[in-house]
Design a protein around this ligand. Structure first.
Ligand code: CA
Length: 232
């Protein structure tokens, strides 16, 4: 089945260029010219991935669009940003983006990033029905659901992949590079900032007190470990 990609961009020339690149390699491509249209199209068309420009002219910017999307959808989002500033990239991640691409980009870079994110976020078939449970935290791998303190917790693809990786290796320190390579891909080994940001998001969602974590422990400068404090 051909994957459907929604291109959110206010400049028609850029939108056309990007959709042509995608269609040339047999993706389906649809476009939205502003944030409201983008949110509506995610709901109606159920795209497999969004290419979301941060600068959308008047109305909502891409960050805001992403934040609103995350209230109802975990569709993978690649932010398009003109500035390669780390703070913009982290603002995007903070809003729930899965990756980013800096403008100007060429067709090869665009396709590489799209394929990498689709591959990373594709739901792996969990063959074994297994659950990692500790106190009030429960991760169900078959259903891809997380419960914390009795409540279902909604995670983005990247957050889930990271938590899954930690859970499969629970009670063992995972090196930063190991996590970056497994969750993001081998080309992300130096992006320790992303890992730190995502550990922060996970703690915010699953820890009773995120500033004093009990489940996801930091091994300073080395990595992270998922542990079950009740077993101590
Ligand atoms: Ca734009």
């Amino acid at each position: 089945m051909r994957e459907k990609i929604l291109v959110v961009e206010d400049e028609p020339r850029v939108a056309r260029l990007v959709t042509e690149v995608l269609k040339a390699v047999d993706f389906q491509a649809i476009t939205a010219g502003n944030g409201d249209a983008a949110i509506e199209m995610v709901a109606l068309e159920q795209p497999d991935l969004l290419l979301l420009d941060i600068m959308l002219g008047s109305g909502m910017d891409g960050i805001e669009v992403c934040r609103r999307l995350r209230e109802f959808s975990d569709v993978p989002v690649i932010m398009l940003t003109a500035k390669a500033k780390n703070e913009d990239i982290l603002r995007g991640f903070d809003a729930g983006a899965d990756d980013y691409l800096t403008k100007p980009f060429n067709a090869k870079e665009l396709l590489a990033r799209v394929r990498a994110v689709l591959k990373r976020t594709r739901r792996p078939e969990e063959t074994v029905t297994s659950v990692w449970k500790c106190g009030e935290l429960e991760i169900n791998f078959a259903r891809r659901t997380i419960r914390a303190r009795g409540q279902l917790v909604s995670l983005t693809h990247t957050e889930y992949s990271l938590l899954r990786e930690l859970a499969v290796n629970a009670e063992r320190v995972m090196l930063q590079q190991e996590l970056l390579s497994k969750v993001w891909g081998p080309e992300y080994l130096d992006d320790v900032d992303y890992l730190r940001a995502y550990i922060r998001y996970l703690r915010r969602k699953i820890e009773p007190d995120p500033s004093n974590p009990r489940y996801i422990l930091t091994s300073s400068g080395v990595g992270y470990m998922l542990t079950c404090p009740e077993q101590e």
